[in-house]
Design a protein around this ligand. Structure first.
Ligand code: NAP
Length: 295
């Protein structure tokens, strides 16, 4: 391996430590603590693990966590009523509705019902539009975490060729907006892209957010590129437990790239750290305070 391994766990811990310090300052100035409400509908095991770690991180940052666990028979109306009550709850600064939702619930309606000022996932069209037009917004956690990892490797992204593989509203599109904001030249690739390996070979920066195990091969990567692997894919192992791999064939890519994020231990921890950061930012804005510095 010649590439540097980008340590997402260490970067995430540093952010969580800074959030904790700012939370103490927020309490001193406002007399209350920031609060994050999480909403989990149903019993999807992966979603339950994610929500539990988000609640734990909230408590560790010194913030208040309000956990709402609803049965998978919950109707869309019941969920919308809960979101409306959380919008009105003064103790709640951030609302996170864990996706995916059961099929009887339209996720778009739910996202559009969240108060944009409490939308710590940054998925509301108001926040997406503000990001696209360069206005202050709540930025989706995963792409924002990816950007911070890139900035830890590069003094400037200006003029660099970036390829984002994936165009989801959650990762690919906001990632592209953030890279444009840094003056990178951005290509967004997806399932209809022709000759993807050739497109990727042009990139100084590769962000893979596809959901296909080890799809990006070492010979797709330009020597010296920085590779951010968002993918989380479980592949079978002999013992029946399975193991997590990214969208990039790590060992091959690490022979060519300048730096690469591992899976696990790369982007994943940053997502939770940025959720903590967004909750603090949302609380600060609601309290009429300036955004916390250095986050
Ligand atoms: P998604 O909504 O399923 O989007 C996947 C994207 O990949 C789509 O735009 C799709 O193109 C594109 N794609 C699929 N097959 C392709 C192919 N053969 N060649 C090129 N592009 C292809 O997924 P997502 O929510 O963005 O998540 C992507 C991955 O990131 C998943 O593994 C997910 O688990 C992971 N993830 C990780 C974190 C984290 O915290 N680390 C957070 C979120 C997501 P079309 O649009 O044309 O269908």
């Amino acid at each position: 391996m010649t590439a540097r391994r980008i340590d997402g766990r260490a970067a995430a811990q540093a952010i969580r430590d800074r959030v904790k310090t700012h939370v103490a300052e927020f309490e001193r100035r406002t007399g209350r603590l920031p609060g994050l409400a999480t909403v989990l509908v149903g019993e999807d095991p992966a979603s339950a693990v994610y929500v539990r770690s988000k609640n734990r991180a909230t408590a560790e940052a010194g913030m208040i966590s309000f956990a709402h666990n609803l049965p998978d028979t919950t109707t869309e109306d019941e969920l919308l009523q809960l979101v409306i009550s959380l919008n009105a709850d003064e103790r709640v600064d951030g609302i996170l509705v864990q996706l995916p939702l059961p099929s009887q619930i339209d996720a778009t309606r739910v996202i559009e019902t969240i108060d944009p000022g409490k939308d710590v996932d940054g998925f509301h069209p108001m926040n997406a539009g503000r990001l696209a037009t360069g206005l202050p917004s709540l930025v989706p956690c995963t792409p924002y975490g990816c950007l911070l990892l890139l900035k830890s490797e590069l003094d400037s992204l200006s003029g660099l060729d970036a390829v984002v593989i994936g165009r989801s509203n959650i990762v690919g599109k906001p990632m592209a907006q953030l890279l444009i904001g840094e003056s990178a030249t951005v290509t967004v690739a997806h399932s209809r892209t022709k000759d993807l390996p050739d497109v990727v070979r042009r990139a100084d920066i590769i962000v893979a957010a596809v959901g296909r195990a080890e799809m990006v091969r070492g010979n797709w990567i330009k020597p010296g590129a920085i590779v951010i692997d968002v993918g989380i894919n479980r592949v079978p192992t002999g013992d029946g437990k399975g193991r997590l791999v990214g969208d990039v064939a790590f060992d091959e890519a690490a022979e060519v790239a300048a730096a690469i994020t591992p899976v696990p231990g790369g982007v994943g921890p940053m997502t939770i750290a940025m959720l903590m950061r967004n909750t603090l930012v949302a609380a600060s804005r609601r309290a009429g305070l300036k955004d916390p510095e250095g986050l």
